[in-house]
Write a protein that binds this ligand. Structure first.
Ligand code: GLU
Length: 489
């Protein structure tokens, strides 16, 4: 088995391309086959080196590896079928176009844009499917010669025979198309640039691709490809079309409406191992209740024939859930290493390691770290700026209850010396103080939590106080008391 992924470097790595790449990877690894990366850069106006880098870097980040093709952006092509960039294969495309012209499977077309528009409008009025009307296919030899002599630029069109094309889709089973609806399509532009349908078929043959696994948006292209393959005398690969990824409202996940760039998920702090686990389930499942799979476990279970036909809904909650499962499966040391990029450099590694247990239970994405625990390293006045006096009021209470709790907290904190400043002691003292104040523990703790962390939801309160230490805790309680002095009872 030889499979390929064929991204166009005209945008950052898209979730759809990443999932297609993953399925190809899993299919190849499952079968012990070969995985090829081909860069489809035949659109020079839109292809950039930066996008190529984004695609390759993010595939590596996901843990997807390949056997042939460039391993780093702009790097050497590796493998026996180089070049793996379409821009390096123009000569071959030119030769194959000539061959189709010679055998009469393709012809030059001089129709102008205006003429083509007129045909389209006419078809629209007649409610016919839009397709080329075949004018240049039927040019008399003399007319053709005259056009050639004139030297006007021409496109090359492929002659589509009106026949039905059938193939056995790896995912969807038998598919049949009526090619009569296609019309003769352009394979080389009038500036000599060969187009997607044409080059993809040539490359797949040249690279010995046995299985073309790609998104369902390409399903309607496949009859064109099969017709070209037959005209060129190539071997027909198997085709498999995997379902589209949909938004929660079942609309297509598009760049404009949804977060589609893998980089954006990476920057939010999703773990690559959770993300590939999540993507694998966008259109496939192993048929068991299990949900946690490493890449190699996925590869051993994956079966392209079990990929679903219907669209796959992108469920953010499920992604968050999986990310959390992976986070909680880590040791504190592992997690400290992973959150390091989100933590200021001034925080020493051993301090970071002490913070990790405070956040591990609640953390959804690594990028949430500053929000969850930033109160530890942010200066007191910054934390005080995160909340207004109302946030200090307990659920059942107002400024008076908040004042009572903060007074109580102040006394406890002031009394404790450094040796006693531990979460256990703090908890015991605060519970006693709540009783003295005649308040429920929850109502008593809530203003203190906001004073100390700036938030209503935080890591465990007493461990947070211990981490901050007595003086900073006291200063924050005093800041909060200060905010309440302006509020009438
Ligand atoms: N370059 C095409 C794309 O990005 C690849 C299509 C294919 O796999 O044939 O969609």
């Amino acid at each position: 088995m030889r499979v390929r992924m064929a991204p166009s470097p005209t945008g950052p790595l898209h979730i759809g391309t990443a999932r297609t790449s993953l399925y190809n990877y899993l299919a190849a690894r499952h079968a012990g086959g070969t995985y090829v990366l081909r860069i489809e850069d035949t659109d020079p106006a839109r292809s950039t080196d930066d996008f190529e880098r984004d695609i390759i870097d993010n595939l590596h980040w996901l843990g997807i590896s390949w056997d042939e093709g460039p391993q780093v952006a702009g790097g050497d092509d590796i493998g026996p079928h180089a070049p793996y960039r379409q821009s390096g294969r123009m000569e071959l495309y030119g030769r194959e176009a000539d061959r189709l012209l010679e055998t009469g499977s393709a012809y030059r077309c001089w129709c102008t844009t205006e003429e083509l528009d007129a045909v389209r409008r006419d078809q629209e009025t007649k409610r016919e499917p839009p397709r080329y009307n075949g004018r240049c296919r039927h040019l008399a030899e003399a007319e053709r010669a005259a056009h050639e002599a004139e030297g006007r630029p021409s496109v090359i069109r492929f002659k589509v025979e009106p026949e039905s094309v059938r193939f056995d889709d790896l995912v969807r089973g038998e598919i049949e198309f009526d090619n009569a609806l296609l019309g003769d399509f352009v394979i080389v532009r009038n500036d000599g640039m060969p187009l997607y349908h044409f080059v993809v078929v040539i490359d797949d043959e040249a690279m010995g691709i046995t299985d073309v696994i790609r998104g369902e948006d390409h399903l309607s292209n496949t009859p064109k490809h099969i017709a070209l393959i037959r005209a060129l005398g190539y071997r027909e690969p198997r085709f498999g079309h995997i379902p589209l990824i949909l938004n929660a409202d079942r609309s297509k996940m598009s760049k404009r409406k949804s977060q589609t760039a893998i980089t954006a998920y990476r920057e939010e702090g999703y773990l690559p191992e959770a993300f590939v686990n999540f993507m694998a389930f966008l259109g496939w499942s192993p048929g068991t209740e299990e949900e946690i799979f490493s890449l190699s476990e996925l590869a051993s279970r994956f079966d392209i024939a079990k990929v679903h036909h219907g669209g796959a809904v992108f469920d953010r909650d499920r992604l968050d859930h999986l990310n959390g499962v992976y986070i909680r499966a880590m040791t504190d040391e592992q997690l400290a290493l992973r959150v390091r990029p989100w933590v200021p450099e001034a925080i020493r590694d051993d301090d970071l390691l002490r913070l990790v247990p405070l956040i591990k239970e609640r953390l959804v994405k690594l990028g949430d770290v500053p929000d969850l625990i930033g109160f530890v390293w942010e200066p007191d006045e910054v934390v005080a700026g995160w909340y207004g006096p109302e946030l200090l009021y307990p659920k059942k209470g107002g400024p008076n209850e908040a004042r009572a709790a903060l007074e109580g907290a102040r006394e406890v904190l002031a009394e404790l010396d450094d040796a006693d400043f531990s979460a256990d002691v703090l908890e015991q003292r605060f519970r006693e103080a709540a009783e003295v104040a005649g308040m429920k523990a929850g109502d008593f703790f809530s203003p203190i939590r906001v004073a100390v962390t700036g938030r209503t939801i935080s890591p465990p309160l007493f461990a947070s106080l211990e981490m901050l230490g007595r003086d900073r805790s006291l200063a924050r309680v005093d800041d909060a008391r200060g905010k309440l002095t302006q509020v009438p009872a």
